[in-house]
Write a protein that binds this ligand. Structure first.
Ligand SMILES: NC(=O)c1ccc[n+]([C@@H]2O[C@H](COP(=O)([O-])OP(=O)(O)OC[C@H]3O[C@@H](n4cnc5c(N)ncnc54)[C@H](OP(=O)(O)O)[C@@H]3O)[C@@H](O)[C@H]2O)c1
Length: 267
């Protein structure tokens, strides 16, 4: 595995094994995205409500990379008309399609069937290559799938050694749904954990790098956000070591269903 590695989604599309988060990207989004792409990031995660889409589109154009070499993920809100919101997102990005469009979170009631039908329309028209969900439980995914006949290819959820779920990973994998790990660095809140630091030091890596590598070895797709170029670079430098089985087990056991945002929405 290296920084160009990809996984195959159930649809047959290929998705990079990690990406850059852009929520609360400060300063100059254009420059940050251009830098990330120069460093080797190929998946960029955004949303209609992050306020970063214009800058991301511009950063992509300035990078000089082919559109086909970039995997762009965006999201529609649960109160949106999903089809119209996808069009609006693409207008802001100034792109003709997104690689993946997600329902940001389930609506207050139900599984979001009409949102999903809007995304299916966007997909049929080529505005989205693939579609998925975020913050969904397995029960809601099954409800959505049963109602519409089409399962999401991705569930994007909060995921770190301190907050994850074996059952979610097992059930998602069984359904051919890839897990994208958001807030993988616990928004920096648990990076000073003793066990994490101790194991990281043994590999000559930082706690952030250890957590990213833990994701890669579990087949979950980490989306660390970084404003600072030094962080972006550090977070990509995770392909020259492997965490052994004992340490993977120990990292798994740090699980306390911790959430840096309040609760793990998918439990
Ligand atoms: N679907 C959803 O509902 C949802 C919810 C939350 C997040 N997300 C997505 O997931 C992405 C990541 O989650 P997140 O932004 O909440 O948090 P995160 O990636 O866990 O943490 C970001 C924080 O970690 C810092 N950081 C980055 N690399 C570091 C390193 N190597 N060492 C120490 N600190 C480091 C960043 O600092 P600097 O910025 O200063 O470099 C930033 O303060 C988001 O940006 C967004 O794209 C999705």
């Amino acid at each position: 595995m290296d920084r160009t590695s990809e996984i195959e989604l159930r649809s047959g599309s290929r998705m990079p094994v990690m990406g850059l988060g852009t929520w609360q990207l400060r300063d100059d989004t254009v420059q940050a995205v251009e830098t990330a792409l120069q460093l080797g990031y190929r998946l960029i995660d955004t949303s209609g409500d992050y306020g970063t889409q214009q800058g991301i589109g511009e950063g992509i154009r300035r990078s000089g990379l082919e559109r086909a070499d970039i995997f762009l993920v965006t999201k529609v809100e649960e109160t949106d008309n999903a089809y119209e919101a996808t069009r609006k997102n693409l207008d802001e990005l100034q792109l003709d399609h997104a690689d993946l469009v997600l329902i940001h979170r389930p609506p207050r009631t139900g599984s979001g069937e009409s949102l999903w039908r809007g995304l299916l329309q966007a997909k049929n028209e080529g505005l989205a290559t693939d579609i998925g969900v975020s913050n969904y439980t397995i029960e809601l995914i099954d409800e959505l799938t049963n109602a519409t006949g089409e399962a999401p290819v991705v569930n994007q959820i909060e995921w770190s050694p301190f907050g994850h779920s074996e059952a979610m990973l097992r059930e998602a994998t069984r359904r051919g749904i890839a897990i994208q790990a958001y807030s993988p660095l616990t928004r920096s809140r648990r990076l000073d954990d003793d066990t994490l630091s101790h194991i990281a030091t043994r590999y000559g890596k930082t706690p952030a790098q250890l957590v990213i590598r833990w994701n890669l070895q579990r087949g979950t797709i980490p989306l660390p956000k970084a404003n600072q170029a030094s962080h972006m670079e550090e977070n990509l430098d995770v392909f020259d070591f492997a965490i052994d089985e004992t340490d993977m087990r120990q990292l798994n056991m740090l699980n306390q269903h911790y959430s840096s945002l309040g609760t793990l929405a998918y439990l």
